[in-house]
Ligand binder design. Sequence first.
Ligand SMILES: [Zn+2]
Length: 646
Amino acid sequence: MTSQHLLRAGGFRPPAVPDVEVRGFWGDRIDAVADKTAMILYERCVAAGMFDQIDPERPVPPVKMPWHTRADGSPDTVNVQMFWDSDVAKVIETAAYALYRKPNADLEAKIDAIIEMFAKLQQPDGYVNSWFIRMQPGLRWTNLRDCHELYCAGHLMEGAVAYFHATGKRTLLDVMCRYADLIDKEFGLRAGQKHGYCGHEEIELALIRLGRATGEQRYIDLARYFIDARGQQPHFFDIEAAARGADPAQFRHKTYQYNQSHLPVREQTKVIGHAVRAMYLYSGMADVATEFGDDTLTDALKGLWEDLTTKQMYVTGGIGPAASNEGFTDYYDLPNESAYAETCAAVGLMMWASRMLGRGPDRRYADIMEQALYNGALSGLSIDGSRFFYDNPLESRGGHHRWTWHRCPCCPPNIARTVASIGSYMYGVSADGVAVHLYGDSTARLKLSSGEVTLTQSTAYPADGRVTLRIGLDAPATFALALRAPGWCEAPTLTLNGEHTSTGDMSGGYIQLRREWRDGDVLELDLPMRVRALHAHPAVRADLGRVAIARGPLIYCVEETDNAGNLNGLVLSDDLSAARTEPLPELGGALVIELPARRERWSAGDGRLYSTQPPAAENTTARLVPYHLWDNRDAGEMLVWIRAAQ
Ligand SMILES: [Zn+2]
């Protein structure tokens, strides 16, 4: 069984996680997940009582999580406990990647035991969902809009594929194939089938993954059905609500924009609604576009990408500013202190970006993938892998801290599985080409039609932009190598076996090199990392008169522990030539940036709120740390967009 053998010719696919051995910056992070996070996630699921709900051999537990209420105060039919299967599924997926990294008999035995629970839970017809089997029996497939039922199935499919690839054990894969067969029977356009789809997208991308792993085309076709059916009239969620005796107008989120079913997907032009749902939908659409060569989907996705990244994305790659819908609001509405910017949404943006690269290397997508990865996504995990952010504001008065767990624990396993599988985001592989999307110390074994190529990256990236790439081949082979020239780098340079090579042959922001490669060929890419100040579009009112400091792919911030409090009293000099960088041991050796600044102090002596006297100012040095590392030391204020000298 080969993964993704169904992929159409010309498409680029990510390598499997074990095909990339990751060291350096990401190696340390993966080790933290393997050594710590994976078991922490398991133990927190135990503490939350999740396995009491899943294990059919235990008594049915009481409902533990509160029910939501509607806007008018009446009780809703939804609570977050309904999607515990998905949280456990992401823990299984994280554990699978952790086991790729490091064998761990104890962790593997614990995951095997969870999988056994799901196997015993599975109904004779193939159905698997702990909530609707044990907590609310008899209600299966009556409220796809709200209850995350197919979403849970999707995450379990992803966990099943990852665990099979990690361990060779098929139990969960077989369980989920039987479940996918049932879903394939129940949903579709034939008479007697439900013409529905899930209110929380995920099943679409998961079915593609399951289809690629098993070679079962029906799963891939079913993913296409779910994409094509979404938003068609008459609206499935109206029909479904009426069928269960509910008033469709009582939908808690009022509009189907919330779950991106307000229009058929090819007619959607504005990124809207719940941010994670949107990202998972677009990821599934991109997968289907790649599988079927469907340009109508790709065209819609290009428009949506433009809409998101030019009007609705934080500089951190965080998305979805509002807590009320966990999602999008108006164009240029990017408040910093109240930013929701859920970790899962930044992970979802990475997932979408990586899938847009399935049609070929293109810096528009890979640059944003990197931006979201190093900033809005990675901020969700503490250095030691034990604590998590759910929302990722760009400013804090000191009250925002990492969680050990969350009542809606979607983010911890989502960032953990992403970090632990980062090798698969680094490359794209086609029949006769390799695209390097992300740089990082690593060795990849990639299969081309001409045979296997080993690509070794030696680099201190992201601390340093020099990357040495060494080609390993059994015999000379001709293929295209595309190296991303990041948009943040003004003047990349490249040598091949010590000779300067033109970086002029660019396509889609990638340096294109097609030649006969020989074993031991060495490329040295230099991506100079200048400290730079970023300005926001003037329509972003929250950032007026302010700059964000960046270096390479990292966005920086100031923290109270380095700069004392009242961070809005800091005014950065517009001369960045005096910027200094130095490693900070207490942040794992990450480079901090020191910049000349002024500090304003209120000089009205008697505590008056208003004065004709402007603040006094004194010279100081501001110390900035990578945004993803904030709140790993003493608690305090944090600020990304810093006042700039005018
Ligand atoms: Zn989340």
